[in-house]
Design a protein. Structure first.
Length: 462
């Protein structure tokens, strides 16, 4: 089909015609640069996009357009790829990667944004001329024109006819099947799994967090934010947090409500301990809140983060307390014991796909296996330096069984001196029925509007 499409396009660009210099608009060019860096060079959209926007001269409206184009395309590019593959006789995974990324941006404008068809096609082709060259831009033009002949409803109807439920959801909601299976293992109901997939594809509103001693939830409400339902420290804000004085002066931060609850619950259970350690503290969201709570209650606080870059970020937001940079598995090298240790361990991140959309395409089952080993090693190291009677909090931003319930079971098997502390009494009353599983806090995006966070708290026997 590719040669047919090119032939079709050649009618509007006859041989020998001189092309004018490409003039792609700035928001789309910026979006392509970020998207390509994320997809092809392992970049992180939540780091690259804000930096690119800050360095640009784009107006706020154009910044908003570029933001939706980047994050939205990353979320939905699985479905975009399926649609685009319908217009190519070559396997879509064999098409030039740069062309694929530009085509995804075009598909997102056509089917997920209020961009008129002609504008979506012509502006994307102009971008293609700049970053791909004229020949590939001609192929891009033909593909986009071809897919634009049907509406999204037409494609959704076609996808919905797929009989295999997992394959249908994979394409329709743009999630790899192994992730869908992982959700199914926990939720046990394909209809509820679909609700979660839908929630993962909705852009989250920024959530602010107040840091006791520096700000309060009321301070956040006073600037127009809306109080979070479960966290006593948070508020949802419609706008750019980076422009707020409270954020600029580091009196408050940006943190998902689920992450706030991990720190909140852990701090409540650990109130009778004299020293706290945030073992895997980068980039510092939980450490900032925990250190503020520790300072308020005259508790010694320390943080550790193996990455020096991330450790520097932690140092900028914690209220007092040492920040070390040792490998968490070698925390005993500090020669100290702690009354309470929180280990928010490196994980697959399957609970925060709405915020980090590229994770769904980047993580694999092989990653899971390696992470589970690392998690167990960090747990063992933490228990080794936990004082008798001390509190250990194990947290992940993942609902995967291997990183949650199984990890806890294995921890209890290896460490019979640990016992689970039921978190229910420490949760908001509206979470006690839906946010607890076997005594551990288990949050879900579609149920609670937070990232899918997991927290199990254990006490070391004296």
């Amino acid at each position: 089909m590719e040669h047919v499409l090119l032939q079709e396009n050649s009618l509007s660009n006859p041989p020998g015609k001189k092309f004018s210099a490409p003039r792609p608009d700035a928001p789309r060019l910026l979006a392509y640069d970020v998207l390509h860096e994320v997809n092809r060079n392992g970049g992180y959209s939540n780091l690259l996009l804000p930096k690119a926007l800050a360095q640009s001269s784009l107006e706020d409206r154009d910044k908003g357009f570029a933001t939706e184009l980047v994050y939205g395309t990353l979320r939905m590019q699985g479905r975009h790829d399926w649609i685009l593959s319908q217009a190519s006789d070559r396997p879509w995974n064999e098409v030039d990667p740069a062309l694929v990324d530009v085509a995804r941006l075009g598909a997102h404008q056509l089917f997920e944004m209020r961009v008129p068809t002609h504008a979506a096609v012509s502006a994307t082709v102009e971008l293609g001329r700049k970053v791909l060259g004229e020949s590939k831009a001609s192929f891009l033009n033909a593909i986009l024109r071809k897919i634009s002949q049907k509406s999204l409803d037409d494609y959704v109807s076609q996808i919905s006819s797929i009989k295999d439920g997992f394959e249908r959801l994979e394409i329709l909601h743009s999630h790899p099947q192994w992730i869908i299976t992982a959700y199914m293992d926990q939720l046990g109901n394909l209809e509820e799994v679909e609700q979660l997939l839908i929630a993962n594809n909705i852009a989250p509103r920024p959530t602010l967090v107040s840091w006791p001693g520096l700000s309060s939830q009321q301070d956040l409400l006073d600037i127009g934010a809306t109080a979070t339902h479960f966290s006593p420290y948070g508020a949802v804000f419609d706008g750019s947090p980076a422009s707020l004085d409270l954020i600029i002066s580091r009196k408050a931060g940006v943190q998902d409500e689920g992450s706030q609850l991990v720190a909140d619950v852990f701090s409540k259970i650990s109130q009778d301990q004299q020293s706290w350690l945030d073992l895997c503290a980068g980039p510092g969201g939980k450490a900032a809140l925990l250190s503020a709570l520790a300072k308020r209650d005259s508790i010694d606080f320390a943080a550790n983060e193996i990455s020096e870059v991330r450790a520097k970020l932690v140092s900028q937001v914690v209220q007092g307390g040492a920040v070390t940079t040792v490998d968490a598995r070698e925390i005993d090298s500090l020669g100290k014991t702690f009354g309470a240790i929180l280990a928010d361990v490196p994980c697959t991140g399957l609970g925060a796909l709405r915020r980090r959309p590229e994770v769904r395409w980047r993580r694999t089952v092989a990653d899971l296996k390696a992470l589970v080993i690392l998690q167990s090693e960090i747990i063992d190291a933490a228990v080794k330096v936990l004082a008798p009677g001390g509190i250990f909090g194990y947290a992940t931003c993942s609902p995967h069984l291997s990183e949650t319930r199984i990890a806890v079971s294995e921890t209890l098997r290896r460490h019979p001196d640990l016992e689970v502390v039921d978190v229910s009494p420490y949760l908001h009353q509206d979470l006690r029925s839906t946010g607890v599983d076997r005594g551990s806090m288990t949050l879900w995006t579609h149920r609670h509007g937070t990232d899918a966070m997991f927290l199990s708290v254990m006490r070391k026997k004296k």
